[in-house]
Ligand binder design. Structure first.
Ligand code: CA
Ligand code: CA
Ligand code: CA
Ligand code: CA
Length: 240
């Protein structure tokens, strides 16, 4: 009789302990944010340098409404969509990337993402990185204007008077294969009069939007798809 009581006590203790562990774990589990989680990239040698993964295009439904809901936008003579055919074997590639198709008659084009992140970036040491596949066949060198739109006054809205707009004109050699681009933040220049003229992405005034805009878009045809992937900020320069 006494041993039955002890057995019940032990079982009850085990049950309560399991329940407690379950509750604690649930409290500490944070849902991973699509596009920003690094748990699939533990084999990348420079993973510890990543300050913010802006997007890796993984886990996103390919219909245009879902792409738009995730904060992506395209404008002018281009269409954006997701692609899983042109990803390479690189550890940062995973399964999905962003594809650019050229359509329409506009003389301008670009795409971007509403980031809306309050995160501390060190302007003096940190880099903006992304993977890009630039198609050959139009010129020996392509130009891409990368823009970082800050929300200096932290009101969630971009405006010319209060927020800085930083730009960097990137020259890329078309290679028909994926390249890793790393731009030191010190190379960005302030493109507007408004804002505080400091590249200060912080926990207070964060990064509102990132934009990639193209020049001379008329020259691209359906044979010149560009692809983008794994856009991130890193501490210092990385070696792919
Ligand atoms: Ca990807
Ligand atoms: Ca603002
Ligand atoms: Ca400014
Ligand atoms: Ca600023």
């Amino acid at each position: 009789m006494e041993s039955n009581k002890s057995a019940i006590k032990i079982l009850l203790t085990l049950y309560l302990t399991a329940l407690l562990v379950f509750c604690i774990e649930r409290n500490f589990l944070v849902a991973e944010i699509r596009g920003e989680t690094l748990s699939n990239y533990s084999n990348i040698s420079w993973i510890d340098q990543i300050v913010l993964l802006i997007d890796d295009f993984e886990g996103l439904r390919s219909d245009s409404v879902s792409v738009q809901k995730a904060g992506f936008f395209g404008y002018g003579r281009m269409k954006i969509s997701l692609d899983s055919v042109h990803v390479d074997q690189n550890l940062a590639a995973s399964k999905t990337c962003l594809k650019i198709d050229w359509s329409g008659k506009d003389s301008y084009a670009g795409w971007g993402k509403g980031v809306g992140k309050n995160v501390d970036i060190n302007t003096y040491t940190d880099y903006l990185n992304f993977r890009v596949l630039v198609p050959m066949g139009t010129s020996k060198e392509e130009t891409l204007l990368v823009r970082l739109e800050e929300d200096d006054n932290s009101n969630g809205v971009l405006d010319e008077t209060n927020d800085d707009s930083w730009g960097y004109r990137l020259k890329i050699k078309p290679q028909d294969k994926w390249q890793l681009i790393s731009i030191p933040l010190t190379d960005f220049t302030d493109g507007n009069v408004g804002g505080d003229s400091l590249l200060n992405i912080t926990r207070k005034g964060g990064l509102h939007t990132i934009i990639f805009s193209f020049e001379q878009v008329e020259k691209y045809t359906s044979e010149h798809n560009w692809y983008f992937d794994f856009i991130c900020f890193t501490k210092g320069k990385i070696k792919d």
